[in-house]
Write a protein that binds this ligand. Structure first.
Ligand code: IPE
Ligand code: IPE
Ligand code: MG
Length: 265
């Protein structure tokens, strides 16, 4: 079964542990401000949180973790802050990719890379090819990513490859062109830092994702906080447009089927 089934075309299989967790890592600046530190101190501290959460996701059997690191709108920030963020990105690529590889983690970056320095692009491409065959966890970093950019670039690519689709096309024609076509749609979305918005993250893919918002600032987010988000996810009823009654009926048939299978085994 391909991983990137559309939740609006078919009802995806769901499990107790989310297959794909997507996180908006927000609140670094406020974390630093609360400590009378410069905002960039919060970004530095954020890297440690990333390490802890990658490890925790791998340990919990989560297949895909996607982290929003820099949005297509974050260029609007003061020049100095943008430049520190870029430096930190380079340092992280230099220091962390080898460790990810040792831990069997596949590393990917999505976003419009054309705006990055050639050195960063080279680090990214090398990291992606080094880790391409790893199967433990796919860690995707969204950098200069925007949900609208993704939908636009996918449409543009699809039409340049198949101009005959200009008048009519299906979701299935477009989907392979999304930046994250290798991943299932997120089951669980987490935003730290208290804001309740999507900020142009994965717009298409969040169609039926369970949303979780916490006031905890990203530098304070840890494995325990991740477990709270997963517990909240486990209490949700994912209906994908159906009624509760339909879900109950199908789970009891499924239960009976499973029971029959055990009996005959
Ligand atoms: C998130 O933290 C990191 C990036 C957007 C790069 P912020 O820097 O947005 O922190 P706050 O929201 O100002 O606290
Ligand atoms: C969203 O955070 C983007 C990232 C975490 C990379 P922002 O802090 O940029 O979002 P807004 O501006 O508060 O919506
Ligand atoms: Mg913010």
């Amino acid at each position: 079964m391909p991983t990137n089934i559309s939740s609006t075309r078919e009802i995806p299989k769901t499990g107790i542990i989310p297959r794909h967790v997507a996180i908006i890592m927000d609140g670094n600046g406020r974390w630093a401000k609360n400590r009378f530190l410069p905002r960039v101190a919060g970004h530095k501290r954020a890297m440690e949180t990333v390490r802890g959460i990658v490890k925790a996701c791998a340990e919990r059997g989560i297949g895909y973790l996607t982290l929003f690191a820099f949005s297509s709108e974050n260029w609007r920030r003061p020049k100095d802050e943008v430049s520190v963020l870029m430096q930190l990105f380079i340092v992280a690529l230099e220091q962390e990719v080898g460790k990810l590889h040792e831990n069997g983690i596949r590393f990917k970056v999505v976003g419009d890379l054309s705006k990055f320095e050639p050195k960063i692009i080279e680090f990214i491409r090398n990291g992606e090819s080094l880790t391409a065959a790893n199967t433990n966890l796919t860690l995707t970093v969204a950098a200069n990513y925007g949900g609208r950019w993704d939908i636009m670039q996918a449409t543009r690519n699809m039409l340049s490859q198949r101009p005959e689709l200009a008048h009519s096309f299906e979701e299935e024609d477009l989907m392979p062109h999304f930046a994250m076509s290798y991943a299932p749609e997120p089951d669980l979305f987490i935003r730290t830092g208290g804001e309740k918005r999507i900020s142009n993250f994965l717009l298409w893919q969040l169609a039926y994702t369970e949303l979780y918002f916490t006031d905890t600032l990203w530098p304070d987010f840890d494995a325990g906080e991740l477990d709270l988000a997963i517990e909240s996810y486990q209490q949700r009823e994912r209906r994908f447009g159906r009624t509760s009654e339909q879900l109950e009926a199908s789970s009891s048939t499924e239960g009976a089927r499973r029971f029959a299978a055990t009996e005959s085994a």
